[in-house]
Design a binder for this molecule. Structure first.
Ligand SMILES: C[C@H]1O[C@@H](n2cnc3c(N)ncnc32)[C@H](O)[C@@H]1O
Ligand SMILES: [Zn+2]
Length: 420
């Protein structure tokens, strides 16, 4: 049991009582209601829901700074994919631990990942105490033999993750993108998603190049093409990027209840473009936030995505009223929880106890009045305490679940292997 006393939460000072992995009570908690509880003095702290990063390739922390200032296809083909050929479970394990440290320190408690060697990722997630949805990144490059292998791997990983019986670690299907996956693979993914009742996580409409490729091959834009064979039917889908969309595609996204993972910083850094977020918001489409991998961001600080998503669209639309502070904050909390179908993203009784505490004694959080505004437009993302699934993962800036020094040392070692 954990009692957070007198924190600033949901607009006022109140207690938060945590029992097991859930929020038991918000309000005034009496002495008789608690038994051998760990008490956290929340007097000078803000309590917010843990942030939810809906698009990452978490082991790519080890690719940070490796290939900057390049367009996506050159970046992928000439740098990233050749380096990824050297990956193994151990490298992925340490890269994931580095990512978990970075996410916990910047207030992220859940992430939605698409990568490889998921045993290594899952082991690191379990040890770190984080919550994650993990998908094996499927790429068949339209080759039948590769397709069979990818489908076998995807099913293997769904069963592997389910066998862990860890409520913090959930499986998903991750067909990389319409320009790297055949129609047969995508159709198989839709049926596997229904068979295993797992979500689909896919890159969509990130660059004009890929849309041109898909259009040349199929005569249709990506969302129209996938919809033509029922890819979105009867499944929950999280589509990363969604930068270049026609009205017809937006109509499909609305009809099929697509969840968008908006990755503004990655889209800017790779010069992919700027997603039409205000337009998607007007259609009632669920917008969430992702960082993408550290090779194209280059960090995992979701507070930066919150701020950029709130100001970028004001600038490009010459309209300061679009994407208000609370809207942007909901991208990274409530909306992310909805997309991943987890009872989190808000501090409410009965919800998962994924809570972040931020000490107010920081110059950029004064005057202490306009907290929501500060969290979106002023805060730099360094949080103080993190509770995930009712466990204290970081306390007063000290991570309790991982040996940080060891991770930094191993990260350097793994990086040398990747670069050799
Ligand atoms: C899961 C696969 O996705 C690749 N990957 C990483 N970042 C991006 C991006 N912005 N767009 C497309 N693919 C990406 C990884 O490098 C891996 O090969
Ligand atoms: Zn990505």
């Amino acid at each position: 049991m954990i009692l957070i006393k007198d924190a600033f939460v949901n607009g006022k000072r109140q207690d938060i009582l945590i029992e097991g992995n859930k929020i038991k009570k918000i309000g005034e908690v009496k002495k008789e209601e608690i038994e051998n509880a760990e008490i956290i003095d929340g007097k000078n702290k803000i309590a917010i829901p843990g942030l939810i990063n809906t698009h990452t390739h978490i082991p790519m922390t080890l690719f940070r700074g490796v290939a900057d200032d390049l367009p996506l296809m050159e970046w992928l083909n000439n740098y990233i994919w050749p380096m990824e050929a050297k990956l193994n479970e151990e490298i992925v394990y340490w890269g994931t631990l580095l990512g978990c440290i970075e996410m916990v320190r910047s207030g992220t408690t859940t992430f939605n990942d698409m990568y490889f060697f998921l045993e290594g990722i899952a082991k690191a997630v379990d040890e770190s105490g984080m919550r994650a949805v993990l998908a094996y990144g499927m790429i068949d490059l339209f080759d039948e033999e590769k397709r069979e292998k990818e489908i076998k791997n995807a099913e293997k990983y769904i069963n592997y993750i389910n066998s862990l019986n860890n409520s913090r670690i959930m499986p998903a299907l991750g067909p990389h993108a319409p320009y790297t996956c055949s129609k047969e693979l995508l159709m198989e993914v839709n049926s596997l998603a229904k068979k295993y009742n797992v979500p689909i996580h896919i890159h969509m409409n990130e660059t004009l190049d890929e849309i041109k490729m898909v259009k040349e091959k199929t005569g249709m834009e990506p969302f129209v093409y996938l919809n033509s064979f029922g890819f979105f039917d009867g499944v929950r889908v999280i589509t990363a990027h969604c930068v270049h969309l026609t009205d017809e595609e937006i109509k499909i996204m609305k009809e099929k209840n697509i969840n968008v993972s908006h990755n503004p910083i990655s889209n800017l850094k790779l010069a992919s473009g700027i997603a039409p977020i205000p337009k998607l918001l007007n259609e009632g489409i669920n917008i969430t936030l992702g960082t993408d991998g550290c090779g194209s961001n280059n960090n995992l600080n979701l507070f930066e995505e919150i701020k950029v998503s709130a100001i970028l669209h004001k600038g490009v639309n010459l309209n300061p009223t679009v994407v208000k502070a609370e809207t942007a904050f909901n991208f990274a909390t409530k909306n992310g929880a909805k997309a991943l179908n987890i009872k989190a993203g808000e501090i409410k009784e009965g919800y998962l106890a994924d809570i972040v505490l931020i000490n107010l004694d920081k110059p950029y959080l004064y005057p202490k009045e306009n907290i929501m505004s500060h969290l979106v437009y002023a805060f730099n993302g360094f949080v103080d305490d993190v509770i995930i699934d009712g466990n204290i993962v970081m306390r007063d800036g000290k991570i309790l679940t991982v040996d940080e020094e060891k991770v930094y040392e191993k990260a350097e070692e793994m990086y040398e292997i990747l670069r050799s």
